[in-house]
Design a binder for this molecule. Sequence first.
Ligand code: SF4
Length: 300
Amino acid sequence: MTMQMTREFEGKFDETEHWSGDTMEDVLEHPAEWALRVDRLPHIWCPGCGIGVAMGAFVQALKEAEIDRKRLSVVSGIGCTGRVAGYMKCDSFHTTHGRAIPFAVGLHLANPDLEVVVFSGDGDLSAIGGNHLIHAARRNVDLTVICVNNFNYGMTGGQAAPTTQEDARTSTTPRGNFEAPFNLPALVAAAGASYVARWTVLDLGRLRRAMVEALHHPGFAFIEIISPCPIYYGRFNRMGDALNELRYYRDNSEVKNFAPLKEADLSKLGGKIVVGKFVEEHRPTFMDRRAAHAARRAAK
Ligand code: SF4
């Protein structure tokens, strides 16, 4: 026998108890609302994508680092991660492909009091924008660069990127990738970055702390965030769903602060992921060197 529930069994609905004139929007405020353009939500990212987690960590880090939103500029390039700038409630710029860093450098030079953050993906920053990345690092320009690495170009259909791992399948390498990928922490450190870290989206607390450090760091600070792209990279390489990728991060990532950067190599699909803070040095920034040079010339 099935029991039938009808409205007759419900208690009498007390309108004064259950209903006020307030809408849900009046009553509830999301803790990230102060930093996000909620009118742009829901975001465009696929279920299980790690970019939203990275953006959430960034919002928390801004609060913890006590960054004044009126002084903050977030710059993105093109790609899935490039959408972050559009969701941030601050002066934000969605620039052309690969040009987030030169745009950010221009902002910094025009107004060095701004807190300028570049938030973009591995393809945008290290392929199309690769030249800008190494030269901003070489100059130790006072920027925070957050690079979400999901090993492929997600937005345009999962093509191979300069970070795609050896033998990995993508839409342009259906038989496996034969190229050697970049080791991004080693690349930017060799170019001159004075703060370099890598965390996965699973290391939420550590990632947030790294972002706080990077925001306060005088000089070129680079954080690589390893993040799942279950729709393309995960699916093409039979990694299971996003939760499986997170399990993989849990079981295969190893925290090794200040590890020799050769160990940060990620070229083996399914290999170990060394995470940690790799570089933290205090060296004159681009603006420091420029001021010192001007002073030397004035003294002659
Ligand atoms: Fe994320 Fe990949 Fe979807 Fe882009 S395509 S939103 S990187 S899961």
